[in-house]
Each structure stands twice: as C-alpha cells, then as structure tokens.
Design a binder for this molecule. Structure first.
Ligand SMILES: [Zn+2]
Length: 468
C-alpha cells in the first residue's frame, strides 16, 4: 500500500487511483526564458522518481508536463535580447530538454506547449464566461474568485487572505476582487496575440499562466485525474487557481485527487537569486559532477524537506556514487572470473533490500531511507567480496537487484559518464603485457592511466579501475 501526504487534505493518505491501476499525473513545467537551475532539477528529479516508482509497482502512468512558451517573462527577455518571443522560447526549451535528458529525467510521456493548446484554452475560458465565473475588463478576462466557494481549499487561505497576497496576483484597475486572476490577457501593440472569438471586441491576446495547465490536463488526462505535482512555491496562487478554473468549468470535484509538493532548495542558507549571484544552473553543476551524483544528492533528502545546497553536499554525493560504481565493477569482474563455489547465502539479503526499498518508498516516497537500505546492502556485499566469499552466481544476482532499484533511482553511472572507454583499452593492454611478463611495459601503461586521473587495483578476479 502506497501512502503519501496529500497537500489538499494535509494528511497522509492511501493512494487509490480513480480507476483501476491507471494513473494520470501532471507536473508544472518550465517557463522557457532562462537556464534551468538546480532548484528546477530537484522538482523534476523527484517527480521522475515518483513516476518510475509507480510504474515499478505496476501502475499504468501517463505523465504530462506543460511548457509555458508564452509569458510576460519571455516577452521581456525577447526585448532584452532583441529576438522574437518565439526564438527565445525555442532556444530555452531546447536547452531545458537537453538538461533534463542529461539528468536522466525520461519518464514524461507528453510535453505540451501552451501555444499549441490555445484552442483548448479558449474553449475552457468560454465555458467559464458562460457559467458566470469570468468577466472581461479593459486589459483581460479574469476569474471572479468570489463566485467559487472553495477558493483557498488547497493553500488553506480565505478569500480575504488571498486578496492580501497580491504579490503574484495580476494587477488590474477594474477587477471585481483584488485576488481575481487573469485567464486571458489582451495584447498590446507589437505583442503576440491569438484570436479569441468571444463576441467581445478587441479580445486578441494570450493565455494567462494558470489556464494553460487546466486546458492541457483536461485534454490529455480528462476532467479528473490522480496526481498534480510541483514545487511548494506553486501552491498559491497557481495551483489554487487551477482548482478554481477546472472545478468551476467542469462542475466535477475534485479536479485532482492528490496534490504533491516538493520542498525548497536554498544555496548556503539563502534563496537562489540573480541579485545574490548564487544562481547555480544545471549546466554549471554538470560541468564538475556526474548527473547521477546530482540525482543522488536530491534523493538523499526527503522530497518535502528543504535542501540547503553546499559544495560539500554534491562532493559527498559524488563519492557515494563512486562507491556504487566501484561495487558494480567488482561484481562484473566476479561474475566473469570469480569462484564457482557458493559460500554465502545471498538470496535472503536480496529479499531484504527489496522489501526495505518497497517499504520506505511506499511510505511517502522516503528516498533517503530507501537509499540507506541500498547502502546497507552494498556494505554487506562488499564484506563478502573482501573475504573472497562471493561466487559468480551470487554476484550476478546482486547486480540484478542493484539494477532493479536503479530503474527507479537512476543513480548508477552509465559507463560513458564514469570511466572513458580509452582507459579500459589501456587496462586491457596492460593485462596483455602482464601475461607476456613484459612488466616494464605494463608499468608504463599503469603510469599513463594514472596520469589520466585513474588508478588500477589488482583484485583476485582481475584489474579494477577507479577514478583517483
Ligand atoms: Zn503549472
């Protein structure tokens, strides 16, 4: 049984999909106007792992993510860079895709751009106008929060409190309520505009930020679906607005059964910001560390807890990843040339790590404890290896369970990102020379490997290469 904290109820709830084992999940995607940073990496890695875990448990998951490719921030950036808004959006979208691919975030079934869904967006706004939830002013079409009784149920705010929190609420002089948010913004001259057939004149414009998510999710996941995820900073007003739009338009409640929110990421105790110059992009961090180390760092903290990023943290994670890699390399060697005779009983130990992994992940996706269980397993297997007690078949089984868990975590370094092929070739060459008893030559190759930043450990089963 999987349980996790539903922001909507504030309680840990048992996960029961609306229908059978089918799961619809929507996670707020990026606004493509800048390089994605490690705070974004955290959110996307977490939901990648959650989706992979649900699939591992046999759920049929459809994972949809929107791409906000039209927004004030994009228009402003285009002016700064003297480009069109479309050029800016395309450039940063491509960049985002590259970064998340490198981080192994590959569980999304559908990326949906806002500008490719204006038809659905307009349709949903029209329903809201017809039902009396939306009205037009001189600069846009707004949602009237006083008409929607449940406004505030996710963020636990009252309408009055919602009105006080105007920081990210759209400003307009002629709104009915201070907290009303924009559904459709009328475009000024020179700004991108889509035609809106409301029967109201001058309504060419662009979608507001909140409406794209509900229009897109309705198209791909239906009027009601299982999970909506995002960072905690999106709870209000963004997700609150989504609930208002979707439930007002369809009349169906709840629009989303479970809301999941990931915690903040700070840098040395401070909020990441351009002005503090403490902005760490995904690209920056991948220059110095393996993508698997970034995932490992993120998974070492519970998804709802804050992470305070420090250089030490990623360094520790990189060391952890190297330990896993080292074990896998040793196991591969033993699998090929280790003893045939069985001296230890590994089945029970494998069963234990699988059980622990499942139990910890079932309990609100407790990745740090699941990681601890994995490292306990690694410690036991290493002690078998140190005592030369591990046979071929057991090594193979150990590799099997590591790979099984890694289907979810994605922390086992792929060979190419770990040790370059050239190093392996040199090591093989050294082995050949050693067999021919050309010791001097063999030592020269070892020195060359060393000068390239790697070391060779000769084990009873063959040479083991490590990053030194
Ligand atoms: Zn969103």
């Amino acid at each position: 049984m999987i349980k996790f904290l539903n922001t909507l109820s504030g309680q840990k709830e048992e996960f029961i999909p609306i229908k059978n084992k089918k799961v619809g999940i929507f996670v707020c995607g990026p606004t493509v106007y800048d390089w994605p940073h490690i705070g974004h990496a955290r959110t996307y890695v977490i939901f990648d792992v959650i989706v992979k875990y649900l699939r591992y448990k046999g759920y049929k998951v459809k994972f949809v993510m929107n791409i906000t490719d039209i927004d004030d921030k994009i228009i402003d950036r285009a002016k700064e860079e003297k480009k069109t808004w479309k050029e800016v959006a395309e450039f940063y979208e491509k960049d985002f895709m590259k970064d998340i691919a490198e981080l192994g975030i590959n569980s999304v079934d559908k990326f949906a751009r806002a500008t490719e869904h204006t038809e659905q967006i307009i349709k949903q706004i029209k329903v809201l106008i017809e039902k009396g939830y939306a009205y037009q002013t001189e600069d846009g079409i707004y949602f009237d929060i006083s008409k929607f009784d449940d406004y505030g149920k996710l963020s636990k705010r009252t309408v009055e409190q919602a009105e006080d929190a105007v920081s990210r609420i759209d400003e307009s002089i002629n709104k009915r309520n201070k907290g009303d948010f924009v559904l459709w913004r009328l475009s000024k001259e020179g700004e991108p505009a889509w035609d809106f057939e409301t029967g109201i004149t001058n309504s060419a414009g662009r979608p507001g930020w909140h409406i794209e998510d509900t229009a897109i999710s309705e198209k791909y996941l239906g009027q009601q679906y299982e999970i909506h995820g995002g960072g905690q900073d999106l709870i209000f007003p963004h997700h609150e607005a989504e609930i208002a739009q979707a439930e007002a338009a369809s009349g169906e409640k709840p629009f989303v059964k479970y809301w999941l929110h990931s915690g903040f990421l700070t840098i040395n105790g401070q909020k990441m910001s351009k002005s503090l110059k403490n902005f760490i992009t995904i690209k920056d961090i991948l220059k110095g560390y393996l993508p698997e180390a970034v995932r490992f760092m993120i998974l070492s903290t519970h998804y709802r807890s804050p992470i305070d990023y420090k250089e030490d943290l990623i360094k520790q994670s990189e060391a952890g990843i190297q330990r896993v890699l080292e074990l896998v390399n040793k196991l591969e060697l033993i699998k090929k040339s280790g003893p045939e005779e069985k001296k230890v009983e590994i089945d029970e130990i494998i069963k234990n790590v699988q059980m622990e992994f499942n139990a910890k992940m079932d309990d609100d996706f407790n990745t740090p404890e699941a990681v601890a269980a994995l490292f306990n397993f690694i410690r036991i297997v290493n002690s078998f290896i140190d005592n030369q007690n591990l046979d071929r078949k057991s090594a193979e089984k150990a590799i099997g369970v590591l790979k099984e868990i890694d289907e979810v975590f994605g922390i086992l370094p792929k060979k190419e990102s770990g040790i370059p092929e050239k190093i392996f070739e040199l090591v093989q060459n050294r082995e050949k020379l050693r067999k021919e008893k050309a010791w001097l030559e063999a030592d020269k190759v070892r020195d060359e490997v060393k000068s390239l930043g790697y070391s060779i450990e000769d084990t009873p089963y063959g040479p083991l290469v490590k990053k030194s």
